[in-house]
Design a protein around this ligand. Sequence first.
Ligand SMILES: NC(=O)c1ccc[n+]([C@@H]2O[C@H](COP(=O)([O-])OP(=O)(O)OC[C@H]3O[C@@H](n4cnc5c(N)ncnc54)[C@H](OP(=O)(O)O)[C@@H]3O)[C@@H](O)[C@H]2O)c1
Length: 302
Amino acid sequence: MNVLVTGGTGFIGKQIIQALLEKGHAVTNLTTQCKQEGRVSEMFQHVYWNPTTKELNKSLLNSIQGVIHLAGYSVANKWSTANKALMVSSRISSTEFLCEILNEMDTLPNVLVGASASGFYPNSEEIQDENALKGTGFLSDLTQQWEEASTSLLPSIKNIHLRIGVVLSANDGALKKLTPIFKAGIGSAVGNGNQYMSWVHEKDLVSLFIHCLENNVASGVYNATSDIPVTNYKFSKTLAMVLRKPFFLPKVPAFVLKVLFGEMSQLVLVSQRLSNLKIKSTAFEFRFKNIHDALSNVYGKN
Ligand SMILES: NC(=O)c1ccc[n+]([C@@H]2O[C@H](COP(=O)([O-])OP(=O)(O)OC[C@H]3O[C@@H](n4cnc5c(N)ncnc54)[C@H](OP(=O)(O)O)[C@@H]3O)[C@@H](O)[C@H]2O)c1
């Protein structure tokens, strides 16, 4: 299959491209870094695009059967007014330009698998599936706009949106920030520790994107989170245990995180306990179902 990827230079994208190439797919990645443009191998090229100015050399694109859309300015950056505007515009303008490019092709792709986020949901300790109502706040509004953009602009192809939870990887994301703190033996839970975290191992997430691309998965939203969400306390305690470090310090109170990180503190204080039954009903099995096994694998201990 010829697969078009956006945001493929990022943390998740690099791994998805590697896996696509190993499976024999040809990959074109759209990148906003002009220095990256060029052919990497017979099966893989980077093509420069600028979704704001709508720059792209369309002659470099062959017919496309599938799309994986990941591009967006990271929400792990400081939530200043300017950065929040970029988090939104980078996702919406890239989606709009991507859909414009695809709509101009002789043949539309069959499927677009887009990144979305568990931040769509309201703060709750109850199990929530894809039918739950939207939450409130910046992340929830952003994910809704992002999902709606491609669904409305490409109505005649399969649009699949993966609401991704916290991705577990030693090399990036939340664990990259937490590992030095826990390795120093000063890790602790945050807030009241009872807030749920819906997580996914990076290897499962990569498999999930490819599963949605290759198999008969219907259009719609799917929670991309593993079987057993855990509370922040359980997650923090397990992380300390896997790293063989002490876990004795008091929880970091929510107000301290709010003073330090402002509105962005909701990334760790909001509770999301998501069901993954819908994606599992498409014959997808998560390899890492419980947090101990997942963290042990991340740190090379199983
Ligand atoms: N990692 C997680 O825990 C997580 C959880 C939920 C959802 N997600 C979503 O999944 C997607 C991929 O995540 P990731 O962790 O791989 O992100 P990442 O490492 O930040 O990579 C995102 C990619 O988006 C492109 N990008 C950045 N700023 C852009 C802009 N202003 N305009 C257009 N493209 C821009 C970049 O590619 P170029 O520089 O090559 O253009 C970058 O490599 C993101 O959209 C993210 O929001 C991630």
